[in-house]
Design a protein around this ligand. Structure first.
Ligand code: ADP
Ligand code: ASP
Ligand code: MG
Length: 281
């Protein structure tokens, strides 16, 4: 990979990050594109965000099941770490164990309080992206390919407004530039979905928000293109799962893509287009 090449942003969702095999495939797809610098934004492993939200709610409801559900989630991530990192898994396994120990404490506190606070829910539901992105970044290193892990909570500043989560571009750009200056790389693997608010608390961009993260980090890296990889061949005239006769749309204007997303097509998060339109990505 050449430092002089332009950045291309790639976003891989939960379907592409489902298990170790899929994560390895993501790395292989990206490594096969040597003529670009990459900012790679990823979602949690499929189903993990739902599982984390359920965990927070069931702990707060003092249901007995949360410890078992937590240990299932922990095992899933440890198994993925071992499969992806083999003999070099030790540090990541230790890190994951600490992450899950911290999460257990948060959930225990929720059980004592008997209510899931907004702040706790925001923190907990974004952890899947933190884990999956770190696994992918470490897997690149095991393959002998360069990558630097970027926890978006250290870069991205946002505020919740009536129309959705808005980016503090000046602060986010300054933090991303500082991050890159400290850790220069031709490939950054970034946590989708998560950010920090003006008070420094962990927050998220809303369900399905990793698409938006992909566009935001594309803009921050001054990428010419944002690629959203998923489990369908492209944007269809309707959800192909619900409407088998839906047809693939070869090309869409920004405006058409916005409308589709706005009216609920899960294939793109509604705010994804804004950074792309502003910067002609
Ligand atoms: P990812 O995990 O990659 O983010 P999502 O499940 O969030 O994937 O989004 C992809 C899904 O969006 C597809 O599997 C499809 O069922 C659904 N979808 C809804 N509307 C559309 C559409 N108009 N075109 C394509 N896919 C759509
Ligand atoms: N993991 C988050 C969700 O399930 C964000 C995303 O996948 O885009 O909503
Ligand atoms: Mg999605």
């Amino acid at each position: 990979m050449n430092q002089s090449h332009a950045f291309v942003a790639h976003k891989f969702g939960g379907s592409s990050m489902r298990d170790a095999e899929r994560i390895a495939q993501v790395a292989a797809i990206l490594a096969a594109r040597p003529d670009e610098r990459q900012v790679v934004v990823v979602s949690a492993m499929q189903g993990v965000t739902d599982a984390l939200i359920d965990l927070a709610n069931s702990a707060a409801a003092r249901s007995k099941q949360w410890r078992e559900a937590l240990s299932h989630l922990r095992e899933r991530h440890l198994a993925a770490a071992l499969a992806l990192l083999g003999a070099r898994a030790e540090t990541t396994v230790e890190w994951l164990e600490q992450e899950f120990a911290d999460l257990a404490e948060v959930l225990h506190a929720l059980a004592l309080l008997g209510t899931p606070s907004r702040e706790a829910l925001d923190l907990v539901q974004g952890l899947g992206e933190v884990w999956s992105s770190r696994l992918l970044a470490e897997h690149f290193l095991v393959r002998g390919d360069g990558a630097v892990w970027c926890d978006a909570r250290e870069v991205l500043r946002v505020r919740a407004e009536e129309l959705g989560v808005m980016v503090d571009w000046a602060q986010s750009q300054a933090q991303f530039d500082t991050f890159r200056a400290r850790q220069p790389s031709a490939r950054y693997v970034v946590t989708g979905f998560v950010a920090r608010d003006g008070e420094g608390r962990a927050t998220t961009l809303g369900r399905n928000g990793s698409d938006y993260s992909g566009a935001i980090f594309g803009a921050l890296a001054e990428a010419a293109e944002v690629h959203i990889w998923t489990d369908v061949d492209g944007v269809y005239s309707a959800d192909p799962r619900a409407v088998p006769e839906a047809v693939l749309i070869p090309e869409l204007s920004y405006h058409e893509a916005c409308e589709l997303a706005y009216f609920g097509a899960k294939v793109i998060h509604p705010q994804t287009m804004a950074p792309a339109i502003e910067r002609n990505i």
